[in-house]
Design a protein. Structure first.
Length: 209
């Protein structure tokens, strides 16, 4: 599993491309910059029997028999905005087989607005791929990590109401009860504390004067 990540995504905590190497063993992330041409040999694994480049403009997902589940396969995910992904695809589309996944339903990526139906995050594309290839156990385990990532992101942004609504429909609630309790625990805001201290000092000074 390989991720071609646009440079603007690299330092965004909400990026699901950054989550993939943390939870998928052997996954690699390759940084894409417009000013630096991509080198095929740096990305395509020599031992890979075939490279699939996942993109909505690709061909339909091959049947399981045609896909050859027992043979070696390398999958390349594009981690970028929809506009950015077009330029990235232009550089890699001749490296392998462009494949379109059977993706339906509503995105669970609540950290960013998905403009239009059928728009999903990079990590969700991975989940659709696993499910389409019959790797349901792996998809289930990784979905838990994805949903926890989104919930934690909502909490860190102070979007408590949205986080609770998201959690109500998430399997992560029962899978990670201790972590969920930790995220839900109210923590003091350092900035608010400092402002409160400054206000109290100011009021004390006014009283003395």
């Amino acid at each position: 599993m390989d991720v071609l990540q646009h440079a603007l995504e690299a330092h965004r905590p909400s990026s699901t491309g950054n989550l993939i190497p943390r939870v998928v063993e052997g996954a690699r992330v390759h940084l894409y910059r417009r000013e630096r041409p991509l080198v095929r040999e740096e990305i395509v694994r020599p031992e890979a029997g075939e490279l699939w480049i996942l993109h909505p403009n690709g061909e339909e997902l091959p049947e399981r028999d045609e896909a050859g589940l027992g043979r070696k396969l390398q999958v390349l995910l594009l981690d970028a905005s929809w506009a950015q992904a077009g330029g990235m695809l232009a550089q890699v589309q001749d490296w392998g087989r462009r494949v379109r996944l059977p993706m339906s339903g509503k995105s669970r990526y609540a950290l960013r607005a998905q403009n239009g139906d059928g728009r999903f995050s990079t990590f969700e594309a991975l989940l659709f791929l696993l499910e389409a290839r019959g790797e349901t156990d792996a998809a289930r385990r990784l979905r838990l990590q994805f949903e926890l990532h989104v919930y934690a992101g909502l909490c860190s942004r102070g979007r408590k109401a949205e986080a609770e609504a998201y959690l109500a429909e998430s399997p992560a609630r029962d899978a990670f009860p201790e972590l969920i309790a930790e995220f839900a625990r109210k923590r003091p805001n350092p900035d608010s504390f400092q402002r409160r201290e400054a206000r109290l000092k100011s009021e004390a000074g006014d009283d003395v004067g």
